[in-house]
Write a protein that binds this ligand. Structure first.
Ligand code: CA2
Length: 137
């Protein structure tokens, strides 16, 4: 079972800035714990602040992996191109948001990803990634 986790812009700051909103753990710490907990799963983690780099990674894993857990960060609300990339691959994508995007500003209620994704998890913190992983398992 091959599962890719892809995080978008600013998520490299998790655990460092705004802990009241996004928590105290860095994504690297969380990812290491996930790898230990699921030794039978081939997990990869990719983060970029660049839209094109995220699309390249979606295309790279999108025909070989069993699932993608994608948090496109702020690009969720702006990127037609990331939505197009999800629509063009074979691997199913679960959209994950750490915060509850529906309880925040109106512009965060718009997603170019949701309609192309298998499903969306929002507001459950980092646990959302593990719940999405358990769906694929
Ligand atoms: O809740 C989420 O996971 C978001 O995708 C996070 C994005 C935001 O633009 C989306 O609306 C919802 C922002 C990521 C910023 O991450 C930070 C982490 C720590 C400190 C500062 C920013």
């Amino acid at each position: 079972m091959k599962i890719a986790i892809i995080n978008g812009p600013n998520l490299n700051l998790l655990g460092v800035r705004e802990p009241e909103l996004y928590g105290h753990q860095t994504f690297e710490q969380f990812f290491e714990a996930l790898v230990q907990k699921y030794p039978g799963v081939e997990l990869s983690y990719f983060q970029s602040n660049l839209e094109g780099a995220l699309i390249d990674e979606i295309q790279r894993v999108g025909f070989s992996h069993n699932g993608i857990l994608l948090n496109p960060g702020g690009y969720t609300h702006t990127s037609v191109a990331i939505g197009d990339a999800i629509a063009s691959i074979r691997t199913p994508v679960i959209e994950v948001h750490i915060s509850n995007v529906h309880a925040r500003e109106d512009f965060r209620k718009i997603s170019h990803v949701s309609a192309k994704a298998k499903g969306t998890i929002s507001g459950l913190g980092l646990r959302g990634y593990e719940l999405a992983l358990s769906y694929f398992l």
